[in-house]
Design a protein around this ligand. Structure first.
Ligand code: AMP
Length: 300
């Protein structure tokens, strides 16, 4: 089943304790699309400026990702984000954020995107996320991501969005901020009461917690020793998860748990190199092999 994603498309600059990379391919919708494309066909919507290297779009198309919904704004500049990781790679600081064309972005979904049954609203303004949702009336599973910036500055629109989606994925500090509660179990349950049927709280190297109608569980992260650049881990997690659900065309509790596991494993590959480099070097069989290891690791 095709999966539609709307979110940021970026040129990222990333500083880690050992290396810095400037203007590499990034953005929530890009990481999500590439991760999901291991499982299903993906339709990406977003916006870039004139400075966007066309080789990036060509690479996504070669991967089978539909970019008909990627607007290129003449005379505009692509969204840019610069982040720095501390020695403890769980600690990240945003050094610079230039919204550029993303600031005036009006999501317009091409006709074929509007019939997608699976929709992911990647990090972006809740106003944009709502406008996108309005255009995708036939979606049978709608999941969104959000972040601290929007929880603080657009809380009202975010609350409207929460009433209209099936699932929300967000990280632990965002869940605490949204609920004003430092206990993640209470926070996850409180977010479910705001609207979504399920909530996934990501905890970086400590895995993820799932809150559903009838169950709450924790999945650990896959313990990879090679953490080079954690950027995009959250978006790749969501891409692996949604890609698997769309592939199975099902989101019953069992499939959701498997999907969370695939999301976890996709993210574990993303962090092993900068940008999409590691994901570009692996195939579905590598994910499946890691799934076998993960299953063994969890059985007792
Ligand atoms: P993650 O590491 O999964 O949290 O996502 C990192 C990606 O999010 C980077 O590639 C950034 O380009 C993108 N990003 C950072 N800030 C924002 C923002 N305010 N809105 C949308 N995307 C963002």
């Amino acid at each position: 089943m095709p999966l539609c994603v709307v979110g940021s498309v970026a040129l990222d600059s990333v500083e880690t304790p050992s290396e810095t990379r400037d203007n590499v391919l990034g953005g929530s919708a890009v990481y999500f699309s590439y991760a999901a494309s291991f499982f299903t066909s993906v339709r990406l919507a977003g916006v870039v400026g004139e400075d966007w290297p066309s080789r990036n779009t060509e690479m996504l198309i070669a991967r089978g990702i539909d970019t008909a919904g990627l607007q290129v704004i003449e005379g505009g500049k692509t969204f840019r984000w610069r982040g720095k990781y501390m020695r403890d790679m769980n600690q990240r600081e945003t050094l610079d954020l230039q919204l550029n064309v993303l600031g005036d972005f009006e999501p317009i979904l091409p006709e074929e995107y509007q019939h997608c049954r699976y929709l992911f609203l990647a990090n972006g303004s809740p106003e944009h996320q709502l406008k996108t949702l309005d255009q995708c009336q036939g979606a049978k599973l709608v999941v969104a991501d959000t972040m601290d910036h929007y929880i603080r500055s657009e809380r009202e629109a975010l609350m409207d969005l929460l009433k209209r989606i099936d699932g929300l994925v967000l990280n632990d500090s965002e869940a605490k901020l949204l609920t004003d509660d430092d206990n993640l179990v209470r926070a996850g349950n409180a977010i479910r009461l705001m609207g979504p049927k399920f909530v996934v709280i990501k905890k970086g190297e400590h895995g993820a917690i799932f809150f559903g109608e009838n169950e709450t569980y924790v999945l650990p992260a896959f313990p990879t020793p090679d953490v080079v650049d954690p950027t995009g881990a959250g978006d790749s997690f969501a891409g692996g998860m949604m890609g698997y659900l769309a592939e199975k065309d099902c989101h019953n509790p069992k499939t959701l748990k498997e999907a969370l596991a695939y999301g976890t494993l996709t993210a574990s590959f993303t962090v092993e190199d900068f940008s999409l480099d590691r994901l570009q070097a692996i195939g579905r069989k590598d994910l499946d092999r890691r799934m076998e290891e993960y299953r063994k690791m969890l059985s007792f």
